[in-house]
Design a protein around this ligand. Structure first.
Ligand code: GUN
Length: 295
């Protein structure tokens, strides 16, 4: 029997509807959560993501601003923009869209964002809080979204072996921290694989929950999955396909047609993890506004 599909679009819609209650509550207290996105250069994928984030804010009734800066922007100029946003009381959350152009040292910029406004969860203070399980820390949107998908699909992580493929600071590492936490959506036994892992298939085949975030189109094939496992595909890769109207299509890091025959439950691409990430960014912005009120 093919795997159950985990519908990120439906779960994301439900979460955003629930968030409305809190947004209304904040508005009653005179606060409209505000998000600022900073986009440097003209990377088309980044421009699309930032547009989608702005639209999601509008749809949810959040205030938002997008700062578009030219590709040649210096680090000093970018830091000045971050400083301005740090001081702006209308803005509760700041995200600097990555990747940044080469002349800019990314860690210096990410560390300049006020930790209380760092809704991406990339500042070392939030990385540390997430690692120790402090709920005031901001959880990076993608792993936070994966955890919500599991929780809201009634997939118990307790005592299960979760194998994460990919050790990025945006997904793999914070994903491991979330799954290790003592509480709902945590308590897993966690293994992180990466490009230097030997005999990766022998590890992925041990996974009760397999989370794939390595950015390699269709890397995980059916024979790498334990029958009945939960498979979460974080990848979004555009590959050429002359049979389609546009000449290309989106695929994940998992070979879906094979995996769906082996797994017990699986996220599709698109429509799985993708719709959750922007939802979690909205949740983090609301969290930032709430924490700002109580600070
Ligand atoms: N680029 C790719 N993913 C992300 C993300 O989650 N946040 C930001 N700011 N940039 C990204």
């Amino acid at each position: 029997m093919p795997a159950r599909l985990i519908d990120g679009t439906a779960i994301g819609d439900r979460l955003r509807a629930e968030l409305q209650t809190e947004i209304r509550g904040l508005r009653d207290r005179g606060v409209t959560p505000g998000l600022a996105a900073v986009l440097v250069g003209d990377n088309p994928a980044s421009a699309t993501y930032v547009r989608m984030k702005g639209k999601a804010c509008e749809d949810a009734g959040l205030y938002h601003e997008t700062m578009r800066l030219p590709r040649e922007t210096s680090e000093t100029e970018l830091l000045a923009v971050v400083d301005r946003l740090n001081a702006d009381p209308k803005i509760h959350g700041i995200l600097v869209q990555l990747p940044l152009p080469k002349q800019i040292h990314t860690p210096r910029v990410l560390q300049r964002v006020a930790p209380g406004k760092d809704v991406d969860g990339f500042h070392p203070e939030n990385v540390g809080k997430v690692f120790v399980g402090d709920p005031t820390g901001f959880r990076p949107a993608t792993p936070y979204g994966v955890q919500q998908l599991l929780l809201r699909s009634d997939i118990d992580t307790t005592g299960r072996h979760a194998v994460i493929v990919g050790r990025s600071t945006i997904v793999g590492r914070p994903m491991a921290a979330l799954l290790l936490q003592d509480g709902p959506g945590g308590n897993a036994t966690v293994t992180v694989c990466h490009s230097r892992t030997r005999d990766i298939k022998s590890v992925t085949r041990q996974a009760d929950i397999l989370i794939v975030a390595m950015g390699k189109p269709e890397f995980v094939t059916g024979d790498m999955i334990k029958p009945g496992a939960v498979v979460i595909d974080v990848g979004t890769n555009r590959v050429e396909d002359p049979t389609t109207k546009t000449g290309s299509r989106l695929v994940g890091d998992v070979k879906f047609a094979e995996a769906v025959q082996v797994a017990g439950a699986i996220t599709p691409v698109p429509g799985g993890v993708g719709p959750m990430t922007i939802t979690m960014l909205l949740c983090n912005t609301v969290q930032a506004a709430r924490q700002c009120l109580t600070a």
